[in-house]
Design a protein around this ligand. Sequence first.
Ligand code: PMP
Length: 445
Amino acid sequence: MASQQHEKNEIERLDREYTLGTWTRQADFNPTQIADTEGPRIVTADGDSILDFSSQYVCTSLGYDAERIADAVNEQIRTVPYVNPGWSTEPRARLSEKLAEITPGSLKKTFYSTSGTEANEVAFKIARSYTGKHKILSRYRSYHGATAASLSASGDPRRVVQGPEIQPEVPGMVKGPDPYAYGSSLDPEQSLEYIDEMLGLEGDTVAGVLVEPLVGSNGVLTPPDDYLPRLKEIAHDHGALLICDEVMTGFGRTGEWFASTLYETEPDIITMAKGLTGSYQPLAATTVTEEVAEHFEEHLLNQGHTFSGHPTACAAGLAAIETYEEENLVDRAKEMGAYLKTELEALADRHPSVGERRGVGLHQGIELTRSEEKRVPFERREDKMSGEPTVLNEVGASALSEGVYFYTSVNTIVVTPPLTIDEDDVDEAIAALDVALEISDNAME
Ligand code: PMP
């Protein structure tokens, strides 16, 4: 198994020497080389095979063997590898049509970019132009991206870690409370009422209410079933659009194509990335309803990227959606999700340091606690960027040494495997957690 302190090979040394790592002090940037992949597993240069229960930041929903995508990308590179977005290409046209088919209701037209961050920035511009208003309301336990506006719309600790004097937040961003019954003094119902009140207090100047329907990296927060439809009503009552950031939850992860469908809601705008191509190519999308699209028939859509609708990336997107369909992966996520839920709940019963299991389909997580009664976190939000190892990090490292990789974030072990996993994979992951959670159990008050 991948040891934490292994001898660095040449690639790791070069990478360490010449690459600036993301979200880290460079002194802490010490990456292990991944040299191969197989099914739902990544393989280190030392030959250690690791079962990937993170899908790499919830990206590789198709696992690592999607031949159809490899073929489609290969063929596209050999025919039309790139033209600027002013031209039409078959993969872009067909992907846009396909997205209109699988997104809820009247969502129809798509603008392409290359990252979830950009997809959200584009959504802000669209909402502002459509409503004639300028503010964006989002929630504290959220992550929407890394550039100025998307990061300012995030409630994630990353938005403030450099200090506001170094990275000022852009104006016009307002934040409301989350549907987080376990760790907040407001219940989800009160949190909705609060947002309703806030929109009024902002003088109805909010263009878009931006939410992850099911929060990802800020703790896998699952709202009550009627939360999202009610949020849409509240947003519309105040003249704002509902923007659902489905960068993590899209493409079958919750057992529906989109989490918005799960909550029977048709957002005005959906943003997506990650699962769109299974991350075989970088591609993101902002899809809007027919009504919102209609606005831009006569108004300038004042936005563009050189790589918007990149043919090779769109070919990967189309092939990815065909793979989800052909292999019935959306239904499979529902089935495997039910099994995973049962197993995680049994795990929670065995380990007092598991405070709560949350999530739907293959988008689940367990929140840890130092004290069952007081719900004291092992990792506070501000610890996320401190670089100091926390008990949560130790639990993650222990699971990794058992051969299973989990993404750990804000006191939560995020459980988001590829949609291609089977019951044996779940059993292997649970066995690793059973060992790893001894650490948090023993660290309780
Ligand atoms: N929104 C959500 C919900 C995300 O989880 C992320 C990335 N983890 C983003 C937006 C930003 O996407 P990207 O990193 O591709 O810019």
